[in-house]
Each structure stands twice: as structure tokens, then as C-alpha cells.
Design a protein around this ligand. Structure first.
Ligand SMILES: C[S@@+](CC[C@H](N)C(=O)[O-])C[C@H]1O[C@@H](n2cnc3c(N)ncnc32)[C@H](O)[C@@H]1O
Length: 277
């Protein structure tokens, strides 16, 4: 099989998405780029097992940014990519998920373009799609939704995302997938209820999606708006709000979730309405 355009030239940068964790979700292009790269700049969310695919003499450079911890800033990363490409290396910028979804891939591409460095973007499966699939939540289901909204719970400077029109998306979004929302889960749930969402609507938290330690918790907006103990689940995590969440305890195929049976029993009425079980 011939890939369309897979030449990884020296002096160029590839911005590549590696998916949310399971190495099996790497695309052929991502796989090939890891094998070929002379230097790899990788993120905190990358499953480091994936790096073992690289050639023996590869340079591996960690440039992760996690939460409030002091870490390398974006301008420094941009400069590193440019400098290494100018040394005539094959430079790989490897990111969790997709590079253009809440991944600052756009900023890196712009800086490469402005500095006349050839680059290529290789999409990856974003956590908000793969994570739902591995939790048994179809991102669309004809009974429930014809749209999905992806939201980041953090603005560019770490603030709450005020540029998002919370009132209108609360009213119109059928399925809401929130990235980086765990730290702000009380606020997110309260805000959704305040703007008109049903307080008994289900919310799923999917942590470490597609990894061996994936965990799913399902509750209601009201419950998580009041008390949520962040110690019971790890980041990275997604928040998923909408009726599709009801399918998780039935379709969850990846990791056994002991709470599924209880949830099904406790929410029998909701399921009866839909003839799912
Ligand atoms: C900076 S964003 C990066 C998103 C990434 N570019 C993508 O497309 O998936 C980080 C957030 O993505 C979500 N995320 C990434 N990987 C995840 C995983 N394996 N499980 C759950 N959430 C994940 C979490 O909400 C996390 O806080």
C-alpha cells in the first residue's frame, strides 16, 4: 500500500497527533513519522510506550505542560522546533490526541509558516471521540443527537472560558464534551444548571481514556455541582453531558465497570423510556 505523501524530509517539522493513549490508535503516518524522526518533542499526555517505536539514536525531548506546574512555555517550544529544523533534522512534534484540538498545534504551525520551515500536520484521534468510543458512548446516536459540542474549561490564559456563550450552547447542545474540566467540575455543572440544563441530566467522567487504567464515573449534574471528591479519579479526564451517556453502562466494552449494574438498576425508568434494555 502506497501512502499519499509520507516523505519526511530533513529540515522539516511534522506536527503529529498520537491519539489519547492506546498505541493501537496511531495512524500509519504517525507510526512512520516516529520511526523516521531524528528528534521528537513530546507532550505530558503522550503514552510514553509509543516512544519505544523510535529509532535507537533518536533525541527525545520532553516539553510537557501540566496544570499549574512550572514548565516550558509555548514560545520556547516554537523556537526549539525552528532551531532543530534549521540543523537539517527531521523534527517530530508528537502530541496526545489531535494536534489541532486544544493542542496548540495551530500556534506551532503558524510559527513554522512565518519562519519558512516546511511542515506537515498529521491528525490524531482526539480524546473527545476515542474516549467516548472506549467508554461505550456513541458520539452520535439517532435517538439523541445530531450535534456535538467540544469545549475547553480553560481560556487561553487559564481563566474560565468567558468567550464561550454558555447560555446559548447550554440550550442548544445535545451532547457536550468538555476537555480540561475535572478541576472545574463543580463550576461547570452549576453553570449548566444555572443556564437551564436539567439538574438530573447525566454526566460521565472518563479518566485515562483508552488506557489500561481507564475509569468511568456517571452521576448527575446536580450531584457533581455540589460535592465531588477529585481524589477518586485521575486526570486526564473528559466530562460528557447528554443523553448518550445513558448508553455507557450498556455498551461499555473496554474496561469492566462495577458501577454499571447499579447504575442500570437505579435508573431503570430512564432506560424504559428508550427501550434499550
Ligand atoms: C490540552 S488538552 C489536549 C487534547 C488533545 N489534543 C486531544 O485532541 O485529545 C488536554 C485534555 O484532553 C483530555 N484528554 C486527553 N487525553 C485524555 C485521555 N486519555 N483521557 C481522558 N481525557 C483526555 C483531558 O480533558 C485533558 O485535560
Amino acid at each position: 500500500m502506497q501512502l499519499f505523501d509520507s516523505r519526511f524530509d530533513r529540515g522539516s517539522v511534522w506536527l503529529v497527533g498520537a491519539g489519547p493513549g492506546d498505541p493501537g490508535l496511531l495512524t500509519l503516518l504517525a507510526y512512520k513519522s516516529i520511526k523516521k524522526a531524528d528528534i521528537i518533542f513530546y507532550d505530558a499526555l503522550l503514552n510514553e510506550q509509543i516512544l519505544s517505536l523510535a529509532k535507537p539514536n533518536v533525541q527525545l525531548v520532553y516539553v510537557g505542560k501540566r496544570g499549574n506546574k512550572k514548565s516550558i512555555n509555548q514560545l520556547e517550544i516554537n523556537k526549539l522546533l525552528i532551531n532543530e529544523a534549521k540543523k537539517n533534522k527531521r523534527v517530530l512534534r508528537l502530541k496526545g490526541g489531535d494536534p489541532f484540538i486544544f493542542g496548540r498545534g495551530g500556534e506551532e504551525a503558524l510559527s513554522l509558516k512565518l519562519n519558512k520551515i516546511p511542515y506537515k500536520v498529521v491528525p490524531g484521534t482526539t480524546a473527545g471521540i476515542a474516549g467516548l468510543a472506549y467508554a461505550g458512548i456513541p458520539a452520535t446516536h439517532r435517538d439523541f443527537n445530531t450535534s456535538i459540542t467540544f469545549i475547553s474549561a480553560y481560556g487561553a490564559g487559564g481563566e474560565k472560558p468567558e468567550t464561550v456563550d454558555w447560555t446559548s450552547f447550554t440550550k442548544t447542545s445535545q451532547l457536550i464534551v468538555i476537555y480540561m474540566g475535572l478541576e472545574r467540575i463543580n463550576w461547570v455543572c452549576s453553570e449548566l444548571i444555572k443556564r437551564g440544563r436539567d439538574r438530573y441530566e447525566n454526566i460521565a467522567i472518563i479518566s485515562n481514556a483508552t488506557r489500561k487504567d481507564q475509569k468511568i464515573l456517571i452521576s448527575t449534574l446536580e450531584n457533581y455541582s455540589k460535592n465531588f471528591d477529585k481524589n477518586i479519579i485521575d486526570s486526564p479526564a473528559l466530562l460528557v453531558i447528554g443523553k448518550n451517556v445513558l448508553l455507557s453502562p450498556i455498551l461499555n466494552w473496554y474496561v469492566t465497570n462495577k458501577e454499571d449494574i447499579n447504575f442500570l438498576k437505579q435508573n431503570k425508568k430512564k432506560y424504559e423510556q428508550h427501550n434499550f434494555i
